[in-house]
Design a protein around this ligand. Structure first.
Ligand code: GRF
Length: 203
């Protein structure tokens, strides 16, 4: 499968996918990386792995619709089978999401449906949660609301802070995100009539 990664920042999840691919654990290749910011460190990670990169800066567009139209054109030049949102900090228009329905996945740092949106670690700590984690889901028009494919849980301890929790969650992100990409690449995970399926059974 042809895997395209979209990101805005550090790209540690991109790195995890590249590492699993290099280890022969992924039924696909990362064919490109698109960032909406030229200073995204993930672009350097891609460069080190000789992966083609493109930057499409949202600040140069007058509207979200204009940006997403350009983005769709750029995405299509890579002819991807799977589009991976790995810390791509943009809300996508309904048109863009519909165009890639079933092909686009996102990782979110919470146990969805809990804590959609930002600052998930702080919110989980402040709520006194003992359990937290991350979720990989198909992207649909509802922000962070698409069908979940795989989640990983971590504990929250008394003496944790936002940073220690984030680190614990990210270790799990780096396990479940490449695995989910592999499941989609091999056809194990699919979106069917709006429902995530694994091995032919609805999740
Ligand atoms: C991750 O925490 C992910 O859950 C969120 O954005 C962050 C991206 O991290 N969607 P990185 O750029 O992959 O290191």
């Amino acid at each position: 499968a042809r895997i395209l990664v979209l990101l805005s920042g550090n790209g540690s999840n991109l790195q995890a996918i590249l590492d699993e691919s290099a280890a022969g654990h992924l039924a696909g290749d990362v064919v490109g990386v698109i960032a909406n910011r030229s200073d995204a460190y993930g672009l350097e990670r891609a460069g080190s792995a000789s992966i083609p990169t493109k930057v499409l800066e949202h600040t140069l567009f007058a509207s979200r619709e204009d940006y997403d139209e350009s983005l769709a054109g750029l995405i299509d030049t890579f002819e991807p089978d799977i589009i991976v949102l790995a810390g791509f900090m943009r809300i996508l228009t309904a048109d863009l999401v519909r165009r890639y329905q079933g092909k686009m996945i996102n990782i979110h740092p919470s146990l969805l449906p809990k804590y959609t949106g930002l600052n998930t670690h702080r919110r989980a700590i402040e709520a006194g949660d003992k359990e937290h984690g991350c979720s990989v889901h198909f992207v649909t028009e509802e922000l962070d609301g698409g069908p979940v494919i795989l989640q990983a849980k971590v504990p929250i301890f008394e003496d944790d802070d936002e940073q220690s929790v984030q680190q614990r969650v990210q270790e799990q992100e780096h396990r479940i995100f490449p695995l989910t990409v592999h499941w989609i690449a091999t056809g194990r995970a699919k979106l069917i009539d709006g429902v995530a399926n694994l091995d032919g059974k609805p999740l």
